[in-house]
Write a protein that binds this ligand. Structure first.
Ligand code: GDP
Ligand code: MG
Ligand code: K
Length: 299
């Protein structure tokens, strides 16, 4: 599923509460996500939505710790959040033009200064203000941070949202479709499961394969007719020789990786697991996936 010229990448949306982040995601991706994003925030960065078209896949990520910490986990979360911000392809910093600049914004901008990732200023709720009032606000924000793009939108009414998506695509690198097109949100355990499998693969092959091998969990399904959870995952390597090592003689290595990973996943999910593993060769994945690996579970 790795088409020539296909673009894909990770985009973090940050912004004070009520600026319209969920509304924007719903507008871009569809109804289902609202349910996801209403879940209480965890320390982990989580995928809020996956937008897939014929030419691009945008994976939107929530980074809770960017916002002013409210509890003891604050420092920890901030560290996780900053790491995530470093590794995404693009950050959307969303503000509410009706409210103007606030202290929460200043806090976020300080975090943005600590990373090199390009940042868009997304000025939301333009339906609430007169266009003349927008320009001074743009100037004010421009002075605070060198935004890669400044895009005014109305997430609620949809004004300029399509254009924003176009701009986002321009900033994404060429890459694979990480998620199946029908996948809208992520399963929270997905990355941990991927890492468990990767860990077993590295360990059992005595690190004969590089650390940059990646695991993408494509499916987690709780089947209604049994208490077994079905997990389908792909181990992605860069070379045929690595594929051979992972699969092993008569598939023995892959089987062993699967068995050991399954036990860990069962402990994690608290239920029986049927784990299906594939191995896929995908050239030039190293850079992208070395980064991907770190989402959500590290630190
Ligand atoms: P979040 O906390 O950043 O996720 O913000 P929400 O998406 O939950 O939006 C907060 C409120 O702002 C909701 O009542 C939305 O309907 C409203 N809202 C979001 N975007 C817009 C917009 O473009 N225009 C107007 N007028 N209201 C908006
Ligand atoms: Mg929200
Ligand atoms: K930056």
């Amino acid at each position: 599923m790795n088409k020539e010229g296909y673009k894909s990448g990770f985009v973090a949306i940050v912004g004070r509460p009520n600026v319209g982040k969920s509304t924007f995601l719903n507008r871009v991706i569809g109804q289902k996500i609202a349910i996801m994003s209403d879940k209480p925030q965890t320390t982990r960065n989580k995928i809020q939505g996956v937008y897939t078209t014929d030419d691009a896949q945008i994976i939107f990520i929530d980074t809770p710790g960017v916002h002013k910490p409210k509890h003891k986990l604050g420092d920890f979360m901030m560290k996780v959040a900053l790491n995530a911000l470093r590794e995404v392809d693009l950050i959307l910093f969303m503000v509410n033009v009706e409210e103007g600049f606030g202290r929460g914004d200043a806090f976020i901008i300080e975090r943005l200064k600590e990373v090199n990732t390009p940042v868009f200023l997304v000025m939301n709720k333009i339906d609430k203000v007169h266009p003349d009032d927008l320009l001074p606000l743009i100037d004010q924000y421009k002075n605070l941070y060198p935004f890669a793009e400044i895009v005014p939108i109305s997430a609620l009414q949809g004004n300029n949202v399509e254009n924003l998506v176009l701009q986002i695509k321009k900033y994404l690198p060429e890459g694979p479709q990480y998620y199946p097109p029908d996948q809208i949100t992520d399963h929270p355990e997905q990355f941990i499961i991927a890492e468990l499998i990767r860990e077993k693969a590295l360990h059992l092959t005595r690190e004969e394969v590089p650390h940059s091998i990646a695991v993408v969990v494509e499916r987690i399904e709780r089947r209604e007719d049994s208490d077994t959870v079905y997990v389908g995952a792909v181990i992605i390597v860069e070379r045929d020789s690595q594929k051979g090592i992972i699969i092993g003689k008569q598939g023995r290595m892959l089987k062993e990786i699967g068995q050991r990973a399954r036990m860990d996943i069962e402990a994690l999910l608290g239920s029986k697991v049927f784990l299906e593993l594939w191995v896929k060769v995908q050239k030039d994945w190293r850079n992208r996936l070395a980064q991907l690996r770190d989402f959500g579970f590290r630190e």
